[in-house]
Write a protein of this length. Structure first.
Length: 182
């Protein structure tokens, strides 16, 4: 199962650039904030895999890494709203997909603080991209919406990660990898 995840992670940057942020659709309400993270593979993958990695590792990583992602993402959002310019946002977002995917697929047991630093660094860029696209009169509802959807994606990833550590999850992983029940 982890081999499949690695292959998907490594192939994704070559399939399409991240381009899922600036200038895409109307971003002016709570519902558009909720819809945005659910509208692109880069969002779904990055945010779910952060939870997945925490779920694989267990312990405090289950809640620290997703919480760190949320805080840094909102910090990046605020930075963009202040008008500070960062030129390599899309590249950082694309790189986050590879880094998060490899860390989760390999089950890297990083110290909680190091995983949080990695997650926070990339989450800042995800949040910055969100902050550049929202209209000034709808900042709060949009931010609440995308934070809500992000939390839901993290929770889905944590659930999958925790389940994969169980007997049922390991058995399902073997069936997927080997094509047979052993």
């Amino acid at each position: 199962m982890r081999l499949i995840l690695i292959c998907l992670v490594l192939a994704e940057p070559f399939l399409s650039p991240a381009f899922a942020h600036t200038g895409v659709g109307r971003v002016e309400s709570f519902s558009s904030g909720v819809a945005h993270p659910l509208s692109g593979a880069d969002h779904i993958f990055a945010m779910t895999v952060v939870g997945l990695w925490g779920g694989f590792i267990g312990g405090r990583a289950i809640w620290v890494w997703p919480t760190t992602f949320m805080a840094a993402m909102l910090g990046g959002f605020g930075t963009a709203r202040l008008g500070l310019q960062i030129s390599f946002v899309e590249s950082a977002i694309s790189l986050s997909l590879v880094v998060f995917g490899v860390l989760a697929a390999r089950g890297v047991k990083a110290p909680v603080w190091l995983g949080g630093a990695i997650v926070g660094l990339f989450a800042f860029f995800h949040g910055y991209a969100h902050g550049t696209e929202v209209a000034a009169n709808s900042i709060f509802p949009y931010a609440v919406g995308f934070a809500f959807a992000t939390a839901a994606l993290h929770a889905a990833g944590v659930g999958i990660g925790v389940c994969s550590r169980s007997l049922i999850g390991r058995t399902a992983g073997r069936i997927i990898s080997d094509g047979k029940l052993t």
